[in-house]
Design a protein around this ligand. Structure first.
Ligand SMILES: Cc1ncc(COP(=O)(O)O)c(C=O)c1O
Length: 395
């Protein structure tokens, strides 16, 4: 039927396998199997109660209408103040654009800036939507290998070798999904030098910037000369356990305000008004629950790293941030996709194949430890029950 022929641009769009893997795991659960979910990247905590109460008050106060398309002034002010304090930059509220989740910032940035033929350097392994959106916008993603041997920090000589006359943008994600990797200040300074020298735009995905156990988060926008060429992507999903609220934001150079405004008006009109009032409370209210969440994630990080390293065939470094580990499982003789499949079907543990994030992750799985300590302990025992016989059989 010609009327329902799908447009060819849909051939270029990718996906985020975590959502599909979660659906598969839930389908298995529906048959009565017990499944431990270590696939999806979302805090298992509830949104703090002061934030939920603020949303309820906002609903009763009439925040039920179309909000301004760039976001409520109170929230843009609060984000500007918070970002100025935390990211070592001076942000004006006019440069803050609120979005329904942080994800649309990737979409809008690519649509606004990337022309066919433009190259965009994306981390590999990296969040899959970067590559998907580059292709959808007609550009060419150029994978930047991120390896376990380098503690999941890029080799910056290798990065420089990937820059060509066609390179327009570099996507930087530190702290990183799926590896938990964290670039050092020296790394960020060098990447900034490179961006300035080659006239690159940087999309800086800083969504895990507050979930750090050792070291510091350095925003590349804080390096002199970079604020004008950086799109900061950040949001509430991870820091405040607000994935379901759909709340994120961009901090933009002047020139991007008009295209982002147009894209918002053409797609979503704006971000839910009462959610935005909850976000004001998130930023300006007490932060003790964020600190408690991060402290709990750190305990779980140690638990999962030690537990995985005690399983034969598995090598896992201790990441300094976010809530993921990305162990090398080549010692099992399986690749990440095969192991993820067997873990789900034989042991009821749902993890992701490393290739969900690019080709470099072939011998890895991604494990999210945003789950209770009890579930992590049980999952480790189940993983061992699958992996140990496989490794023993290899001799
Ligand atoms: C690196 C990274 N950026 C952005 C997002 C998307 O965040 P949001 O749910 O706010 O759209 C995620 C979510 O998994 C992520 O891991």
């Amino acid at each position: 039927m010609r009327g329902m022929r799908i447009a060819s641009r849909m051939d270029t769009i990718g996906t985020e396998t975590a959502f599909e893997a979660a659906a598969r795991a839930r389908a298995l659960e529906a048959t009565g199997r017990s499944v431990i979910h270590l696939e999806i990247g979302e805090p298992d905590f509830d949104t703090p109660s002061n934030i939920r109460e603020a949303a309820k008050r906002a609903l009763d106060a009439g925040f039920t209408h179309y909000p301004p398309y760039f976001g409520l002034p109170a929230l843009r002010e609060a984000i500007a103040a918070d970002a100025s304090a935390r990211k070592d930059i001076s942000v004006k509220a006019d440069h803050v654009v609120v979005t329904p989740g942080a994800k649309p910032v990737m979409y809008y940035a690519m649509l606004a800036l990337i022309e066919p033929g433009d190259e965009v350097i994306v981390p590999d392994p990296g969040y899959p939507i970067y590559e998907s959106m580059v292709r959808f916008a007609g550009g060419t993603p150029i994978p930047l290998p991120i390896r376990q041997e380098r503690e999941f920090r890029a080799d910056l000589d290798e990065l420089e070798s990937l820059v060509t006359k066609r390179t327009r943008m570099l996507v930087l994600n530190s702290p990183a999904n799926p590896t938990g990797g964290l670039f050092t200040r020296e790394d960020i300074v060098r990447i900034a030098e490179l961006a300035l020298r080659h006239d690159l735009i940087v999309l800086a995905d800083e969504i895990y910037g507050r979930i750090i156990y050792e070291g510091e988060h350095v925003s590349i926008a804080s390096i002199p000369g970079m604020l004008e060429r950086t799109i900061i992507l950040d949001g509430f999903s991870k820091t405040y356990a607000m994935t379901g609220w759909r709340l994120g934001y961009a901090i933009l150079p002047d020139v991007l305000l008009y295209p982002f405004g147009r894209l918002i008006i053409n797609s979503v009109s704006g971000t839910s008004a009462f959610s935005q009032m909850a976000a004001v409370e998130a930023l300006t209210g007490p932060q003790a629950e964020v600190e408690a969440m991060v402290a709990e994630f750190k305990v779980r990080r140690d638990l999962i790293v030690d537990g995985l390293n005690a399983i034969p065939g598995v090598r896992c470094i201790q990441p300094h941030a976010a809530f993921y580990v990305f162990p090398d499982i080549s010692g099992t003789g399986l690749d990440g996709a095969e192991l993820a499949d067997r873990l789900l079907h034989e042991a009821g543990v749902s993890v992701l194949a490393g290739t969900a994030f690019g080709q470099i992750g072939r011998d890895h799985i991604r494990v999210s430890y945003a789950n209770s300590q009890a579930n992590i302990i049980e999952a480790l025992a189940r993983i061992r029950s699958v992996v140990q016989p496989i490794v023993a059989a290899r001799g």
